[in-house]
Design a protein around this ligand. Sequence first.
Ligand code: ARG
Length: 275
Amino acid sequence: MSRTDRMPRNRTYLMCPPDHFAVEYAINPWMDTAAAVDAALALRQWHLLRETLTGLGHAVHVLDPQPGLPDMVYAANGAFSVDGVVYGARFRYPQRAAEAAAHQLFYAGGRWRYEGAVHINEGEGDFAYLPGAYGGLILAGHGFRTDPAAHVEAQEVLGRPVVSLWLVDPAFYHLDTALAALDDRNVTYYPDAFSGASQQVLRQLFPDAVLADRGDAEAFGLNLVSDGRHVVLNADAIGMADKVRAAGYVPIHVELSELKRGGGSVKCAVAELRP
Ligand code: ARG
């Protein structure tokens, strides 16, 4: 595929400002409750991320942050929507449980069909959608947060094939820390974050994938948001930017040092809405 084929598609996103962001508990290996977060800096960085996305022509809806929910800034975890249908989240840890209802309320205000989940799943943290791959394919991670039963449930709710991938490295506890959609049909991923068999599945489905290495993943380089051409990613992820550039995409760096302290970056903070 040549560079000229990397066409952007207008997107609609949902974000939640880090008004109450803090690292008050540790539910992933990146979180250190002893290290202080710079709340004002977190807010400035979040606004720059939002402006980067709107500057690219995308629509960004904003969810009201709630006190007592310090991880609400990671808006990707609240739900997963495909073609107007929303599969609601059900969080693994009680500290985040109430976020699901806040997201549900957002969708109640629009023309969505919202389906609550029986099984534990953390929304777009563990689900990715490739509308142009195999007629519309969902990739789903399990191993740390989302239950495999939720993959089956998502397939029944959303009516798209769901491919289960087993995450095996606790540093990459959500699918979106280890794999990202670059456009409607192609992905980038860090192979060693997945079981050997899941790596084989990914090789079979995505022979043209951009392969990342451990350094890319640790710099949260896979936790990216792409519109099919512009790839918005963490400023530390220099190697990853080179790799997506070599594949014909346009990397755009954003500084998100504070969100990284909670174990997330660009993608965690941005849910894509697919009406
Ligand atoms: N502190 C949050 C948690 O552990 C970070 C969530 C990151 N979100 C993501 N989509 N990977 O749940």
